[in-house]
Design a protein around this ligand. Structure first.
Ligand code: FO1
Length: 322
């Protein structure tokens, strides 16, 4: 079935792993055929600056200026402000590079004069020569709170300061039910020529669930006629990066990648898993989404592009009813 020109793929994306696939998609699809909805539940105020880690990770990654090893922050960076801050006794647990601080200063100023996070994100992305649409999941404040054996923790306190060590008992996405979906996001999902939705391989609890919690986004995805394909962030029972597997154990969502399929089974048509997890097919039950195979470990830029191409091809196959 030929799709209307400009048929768009919508990608839901969070931290470092998700940004890698977003990079691949941006090299496979032109700007008018892709929009990336990014988690803002990790946002926080630090030294009076509004920091949007996942938006910055996606923006830097698509702009080819991300720190490749780390995933977050910039590759070309100096740390003179951080060093002086430390000497003066300021909090140094959250590492802010000099160039990164410049972006936070401008974002904070633009927000303060009343610009929306969507407008600020689009302006900064354009300045960094990113041509694809990077859309915050909401312009309203949503904050992920992690309920742990050390009490309720703000996201960066859990993730960075305490290095994900506390045992997780639950999560809350404060503000999500009052938050609104940005018009551009609603338009992309309501677009009759929507080619499909890709859930990038991000932490389900920390990066994808906050997006789904905004207003009626999850219901919109449940009711989509276009296909929804999730890419597993778990390979061989382990998270490729971050605490996803540890959190699944702590929250009782076992079964590795199959656990991801079950968490999202109310709105995904299929989960893309790595070939090494092919045996999970024998554990699938009738209510589980389909499992599709690919090489999903993105060890190089080419692998990101390769995986993105496979995802789009699977969407087209699913739309043609295969
Ligand atoms: N992650 C860390 O583990 N340590 C840091 O010092 C750190 C600083 C940082 C600064 C800017 C930014 O955009 C992201 C940063 N991150 C850091 C990553 C961040 O905590 C995570 O990428 C997301 O919040 C979850 O994916």
């Amino acid at each position: 079935m030929a799709y209307a020109l400009g048929a768009r793929v919508v990608a839901l994306c969070g931290g470092v792993g998700g940004a890698k696939l977003a990079y691949g998609l941006s090299r496979v699809l032109p700007p008018e055929e892709l929009c990336i909805i990014v988690n803002t539940g990790d946002d926080f105020e630090h030294f009076g600056l509004h920091i949007s880690p996942d938006i910055d990770t996606v923006t830097y990654t698509l702009a080819d200026i991300a720190h490749v090893g780390q995933g977050w922050g910039r590759g070309e960076e100096q740390w003179t402000v951080m060093q002086e801050l430390e000497r003066l006794g300021g909090a140094s647990w959250f590492k802010l590079g000099d160039r990164d601080i410049a972006l936070h200063l401008i974002r904070t100023q633009m927000l303060r004069v009343g610009q929306s996070l969507s407008e600020v994100t689009a302006r900064l992305a354009a300045k960094l020569n990113v041509r694809h649409a990077i859309l915050p999941m909401s312009d309203d404040e949503v904050r992920t709170v992690i309920e742990t054996d050390k009490g309720d923790l703000a996201f960066q306190d859990y993730f960075v300061r305490r290095r994900c060590e506390p045992r997780v008992r639950g999560l809350r996405y404060v503000g999500a039910d009052q938050a609104k979906i940005p018009l551009e996001v609603a338009r992309a999902l309501d677009d009759k020529s929507l080619r499909g939705v890709i859930i990038c391989p991000s932490n389900p609890y920390l990066s994808i669930e906050p997006i789904l919690a905004v207003a009626d986004l999850r219901v919109r995805l449940q009711n989509l006629s276009a296909p929804v394909l999730a890419v597993s962030p778990i390979v061989g029972g382990l998270a490729l990066k971050g605490p996803a597997a540890k959190m699944m154990d702590e929250l009782g969502d076992h079964n590795g990648a199959l656990g991801i399929a079950r968490m999202f089974r109310d709105f995904i048509d299929a989960l893309l898993i790595d070939k090494q997890d092919a045996a999970l097919e024998s554990h699938r039950i009738a209510t589980d989404p389909r499992l599709l195979m690919a090489d999903i470990v993105m060890g190089s830029l080419d692998a990101r592009i390769e995986l993105a191409g496979s995802c789009v091809a699977y969407l087209d196959e699913m739309r043609q009813g295969h």
